[in-house]
Ligand binder design. Structure first.
Ligand SMILES: *Cc1c(COP(=O)(O)O)cnc(C)c1O
Length: 443
């Protein structure tokens, strides 16, 4: 018998109706929840760690620059928030994209990203840069499609994407070319379901800063395949002396760019959860996506308004000397660590030009006691109490990542301990020695 919805309703209220609801608390979580995986957590939790009690722990894993107390938000940044609180004006809801005056302030602060004026309607203020990335991915891609992400790369891109049934495809960054993309391999990944290319410049974990030419080469590929760019530029001003950062959007003529940024890293306030996405779409190619992005802001009604109230002052009044001093500390730490690590047999540090990290290659075959980078990392903690993140967290085995935000003395001590550890475990390749004993040239 065919039934209508109406009959069902009538039946539902009748006691004779057999209820089709659940019969137990045997609930399952959603596919999205189940398939949302943070690789760093999984890998770090799988390590069997008991630090050497005779040596104080040096965690070079922590990407939060506030952890060690050597890097602090500037007084001007703090004052701006106090003023916002005291005004009593920012306790209510804002526009879902954020207060208009706050978006205006971001537009002004980000003017270098575009040859055209950035309009406040093309800015969404989000809960951290993470949410800016999430909205950008959600607006551009859906189930069955794929996005291209860097390898090695920040694991959040995968965390945000995989549970949605959107595939990630890794394009390779080449350590021997200062972590530039392998453009040919990148191009080979593109098909009709490729929804976007994610560029992270400067890069976490590599600390690399792309040249203008390289960005133009990437944009040429995007133009050829009508591929919009999601630019994770949260480190846009974190560039060491001698390098220059170009915003992808500033170089793009035709390719739409969603530029994701925020206060987190530059102003050293990750807990304030304030980021933004700026829609750069000069030729109006992705008007529908822009509309979708604005709709997505209705999901959680924006970032917190106290910080929005402070944004104009934060962005205008935090002095350049403050930013310079942070960059000085990071680039000094990078030089110090690089100088010490490159002398160690079996290691191959890659000098960064920006951001807050350094990748260090491990010639794992010269450490035969360890089966891979995670094993190396585990034993380094257990013997020397120095904790690095295994490259596997970034889909890049046989490397480790260290942070450069720790105090200088800690970098020095950590590198000395890494040197000791490597000396103990380094094994000279026996075949080379044997061949030499036989008087043969090994290569
Ligand atoms: C830290 C970081 C983010 C996230 O920033 P939040 O503002 O804390 O969400 C995004 N991308 C990269 C590459 C990062 O390192």
């Amino acid at each position: 018998m065919l039934t209508t919805g109406l009959e069902n309703n009538i039946n539902a209220s009748s006691p004779a109706h057999t209820n089709k609801g659940r019969t137990s608390w045997n609930l399952k979580t959603s596919t999205l929840a189940k398939d949302t995986i943070n690789r760093i957590r999984i890998i770090v939790e799988s390590l069997k760690i008991s630090p050497n009690p005779d040596k104080p722990m040096i965690p070079l894993t922590i990407g939060d620059p506030t952890t060690f107390g050597n890097l602090k938000a500037s007084d001007e940044t703090i004052k701006a928030v106090l003023k916002s609180i005291e005004s009593g004006k920012y306790n209510g809801y804002a526009h879902t994209q954020g207060h208009e005056f706050a978006r205006r302030a971001i537009a002004k602060y980000s003017a270098h990203q575009s040859s055209e004026e950035i309009k406040p309607e093309n800015i969404c203020i989000t809960s951290g840069c993470s949410a800016a990335l999430e909205y950008s991915i959600l607006a551009l891609a859906e189930r069955g499609q794929n996005i291209l992400i860097p390898r090695p790369g920040f694991c959040l891109y995968q965390t945000l994407t995989e549970g949605l049934g959107i595939q990630v495809r890794f394009y390779d960054l080449l350590p021997e070319k200062q972590w530039e993309c392998d453009l040919q391999q990148l191009e080979s990944l593109i098909d009709e379901n490729t929804a976007a290319l994610v560029i992270n410049n400067p890069s976490n974990p590599c600390g690399s800063v792309f040249s203008k030419k390289h960005l133009e080469d990437i944009l040429a590929i995007c133009e050829k395949y009508y591929l919009p760019v999601i630019a994770d530029e949260v480190y846009e001003h974190f560039v060491f002396p001698g390098s220059k950062h170009y915003a992808v959007s500033s170089l793009s003529k035709n390719v739409p760019v969603l530029s994701c940024g925020g206060l987190t890293k530059r102003f050293i306030v990750p807990g304030w959860r304030t980021g933004w996405v700026i829609i750069h779409d000069r030729e109006n190619r992705i008007a529908e996506v822009a509309k979708g992005l604005r709709s997505l802001c209705g999901r959680i009604l924006g970032s917190n308004t106290l910080i929005q109230g402070a944004l104009p002052d934060i962005l205008e009044k935090t002095p350049q000397s403050y930013f310079d001093s942070v960059i000085d500390i990071l680039s000094e730490n990078a030089n110090l660590a690089y100088g010490m690590l490159k002398k160690i047999r079996g290691l191959n540090p890659i000098m960064p030009n920006g951001a807050m990290y350094m990748m260090i290659g491990i010639n794992i075959e010269q450490f035969p006691e360890f089966k891979d980078d995670t094993h190396f990392v585990q034993e380094l903690v257990n013997q020397q109490s120095v904790f690095c993140l295994p490259g596997s967290c970034f889909e890049y085995p046989n490397f480790v990542r260290i942070v450069l935000t720790v105090p200088k003395e800690m970098i020095e001590e950590a590198c000395a301990r890494i040197a000791e550890f490597c000396e103990v475990h380094y094994k000279v390749d026996n075949t080379i020695i044997e061949n030499n004993l036989l008087g043969e040239i090994p290569y």
